[in-house]
Design a protein around this ligand. Structure first.
Ligand code: NAP
Length: 326
């Protein structure tokens, strides 16, 4: 089958369309004929050799996809050949076919195209895990989400609003801030010109936010902690601004703050399956009826994966960049 291969880790042009062996669905797995796969920031790191796939995962890039079930492995219940599936992958999405544990796949809502469905699993499940499960965002609480115009950010805005919470985001341009507000954010701060910690305090009447969903890391650490209310939680999911920072443990004690780190990709399939079930139970109806909808910035053919990565690196996009495979 055709897939994007990376012969030697490197720049965008290290990726080319090549031939690899078609995977076979083992026990508990389904084989998906991929119609579309979405690009994630982590793919850029993997391409450069900086984020190796977990043991046993496909070496092909791609953390999420949508397509049609082509085969069902032994012991799988609830899936039939020909059904539309969207799947959370540990790898392998930039290819014509991929195998995935059946528990990591979800039915595609009728109103979503394959290209939209491919943009759901990684970001909506990451936000569900980190903002709602680990971050325990209260019903009428406040979240601060960095990178409001990212795949993660556009999912977080919608899910926080669906849950009845308030959400303030950061973004790098006034235009992205405007689009975040149009998507439902209560406030959006251009991080190049504004002070998000001061704004978060003002918006919450001086209290601070309940949860910070952070993909920046070290360079935002102090201001993230300053943005939190007493008892608040900083959930770190990315390190775009560095990995090493200094924390005043005294401040954590006195203000009863929590700092949580988390990755989704390396979790065992059973844990991911439990996450998928809990997500579908809570947010499935909103995806079905269109209250939640992935924001697709652009769709490119699989062969243009290098252009897709360049666009993401430059942060040209708002929402998700999708690769059309079939
Ligand atoms: N731990 C996990 O399990 C997990 C899972 C999925 C994703 N992630 C992480 O989540 C992050 C977002 O992923 P994605 O795929 O949605 O990427 P993406 O769409 O490329 O988003 C990155 C965003 O960050 C913004 N940004 C860059 N510097 C910023 C800064 N200093 N302050 C605020 N925003 C800034 C960029 O746009 P502007 O600068 O133009 O605003 C861009 O919108 C990545 O760090 C990724 O690794 C983690």
């Amino acid at each position: 089958m055709r897939a994007i291969v990376v012969d030697r880790p490197g720049a965008e042009d290290a990726m080319r369309l090549g031939d690899v062996q078609t995977p076979v669905a083992g026990p508990g797995e389904i084989l998906v004929r991929v119609a579309a796969a979405a690009v994630n920031r982590a793919d850029l790191l993997q391409r450069q050799g900086l984020y190796p796939p977990p043991p046993g995962a496909s070496p092909v890039l791609g953390l999420e996809c949508a397509g049609t079930v082509a085969a069902v492995g032994a012991g799988v219940t609830g899936w039939q050949v020909g059904e539309r599936a969207m799947a959370l992958l540990a790898g392998g999405g930039y290819a014509e076919q991929v195998v995935v544990p059946a528990v990591c796949a979800m039915k595609v809502p009728a109103r979503l195209s394959f290209e939209e469905a491919a943009a759901v699993p990684e970001v909506f499940l990451t936000v569900f895990l980190n903002l709602f499960q680990l971050g325990a965002l209260p019903g009428a609480g406040w979240a601060l989400v960095h990178g409001g115009g990212s795949g993660i950010g556009t999912a977080a805005i919608q899910m926080a609003k669906q849950a009845g919470a308030h959400v303030v985001v950061t973004a790098g341009t006034d235009e992205k801030c405007r689009r975040c507000i149009a998507l439902g954010a209560d406030a959006a701060i251009n991080y190049r010109t504004g002070d998000f910690a001061a704004e978060a305090k003002t918006l919450t009447g001086g209290a601070g936010v309940d949860v910070v969903l952070d993909s920046i890391g070290a360079s935002y650490l102090a201001k993230n902690l300053a943005s939190l209310a007493t008892g608040g939680r900083l959930v770190v999911i990315g390190l775009m601004g560095g990995a090493k920072g200094e924390i005043s443990l005294g401040d954590l004690l006195v203000r009863r703050l929590s700092v949580i780190g988390s990755t989704l990709r390396t979790r065992p399939a059973a844990e991911k399956g439990a996450l998928v079930s809990a997500f579908v139970a809570r947010f499935g109806p909103a995806l079905e009826d269109g209250r939640l909808r992935p924001v697709v910035d652009r769709v490119l053919p699989l062969s243009e994966a290098p252009a897709a990565h360049r666009a993401m690196k430059a942060s040209e996009h708002f929402g998700k960049i999708v690769l059309r495979v079939a």
